[in-house]
Write a protein that binds this ligand. Sequence first.
Ligand code: ZN
Length: 432
Amino acid sequence: MSSKIQRRLIACATGLLRSAGAVLILSNSLLAAEPSSESIRAVRVWPAQDYTRVTVESGQALKHNLLRVRNPERLVLDLEDVDLQSVQQGFSDKISTNDPYIGNLRVGRFKPGVVRVVLDLKSEVKPQIFTLAPIGEYGHRLVLDIYPIEPLDPILALLQKRELKTAPGISGTPDEQKPEAGPSIKQPVNPRVDRLVTIAVDAGHGGEDPGARGRRGTREKHVTLTIARKLKSLIDSEPDMRAMLTRDGDYFIELGARVEKAQLVKADLFVSIHADAFIKAHVRGSSVFALSERGASSTAAQWLARGENRADLIGGVNLARKRDRYLEMTLNDLSLTAQVNDSLKLARAVLGELGGVNPLHKGSVEQAGFAVLKSPIPSILVETAFISNPDEETRLNDAAYQEKIAHAILRGVKSYIARNPPLSRSTLASIR
Ligand SMILES: [Zn+2]
């Protein structure tokens, strides 16, 4: 009896052990099947005419493969060892109908261990895929940039504007009313500029790179774009000026590409719009910066430049693409000195005008090695106000204040041009 019971107990225990073992094996196999089945943290899509960017963010680097399929045009992105559901969730509702390049998107399991993302394209494109290491608030990122086969021509857009400005009936009148010749008898008459002065207006940050953030959540990239657009429309309504925005949407542009765009349209001046931030909330005021040939004019300026130059790391630069794309910039010592001198004059003129709109952070123009200011074009970087200061954050969101800032920058630019008229150029023929 007792031995029977014993045997039963043993059998039972063995059964338990067996089933426990089976469970154990099962859970092991589950683990083995998806040892690194990575969940997608986020998918961000930044549609723009320049290019559409798709960013897939995860805790670990994703193994991936990109295929181009023709007739109809498609991009097929295979992601290995990734959780299907998280990919489906990440991509759901991310493609807007007005995306210039992506028409539709599908996600499914292609084969065990591989999730396939199919992007139906609206036209033939040039894709670029690369990965970015974690930085700031971001984890590992897989970046797919979708460029048009024929890049958009910024000069063409400007030339069309020029046609409008030179339409019959416009010429003559505005300039005659201008007080620029002034009552001063001694002053030599400025050489007449028979062409439009082109100003590159650069809205700092954008897309993947939000820039600084206010305590109430205001993002620098949105404020900079709003002010830049206002400044552009003010410039465009001047009879002898026109503006080119380096970005006109919420998408990322590399620092070098901003400079490149300005050079492509042969901009006379470059104005980069930003909003400052500091750990201490009470710090406030507007500032204007120029490039420094040597060190920074202060430790604060040095830190600021370092922070602004991080944009490329945050926004994500495809280094392979950068190498073959950027214009060769040969700035010898002489031309750099001239650029910095002109930039300082422009910066002082703008700072003086900003002082009438907002308290100045410092009474003088500062200098540091901002990457976006490194070009032969006289260039300034305007920190419109401190987004980290709650009062200034409120002002930065206020349309009337944004308008005032834009007007102040325009006045500064105009007074600089009045004193330093750009030379006429053979490449841009006379408009009158
Ligand atoms: Zn900034």
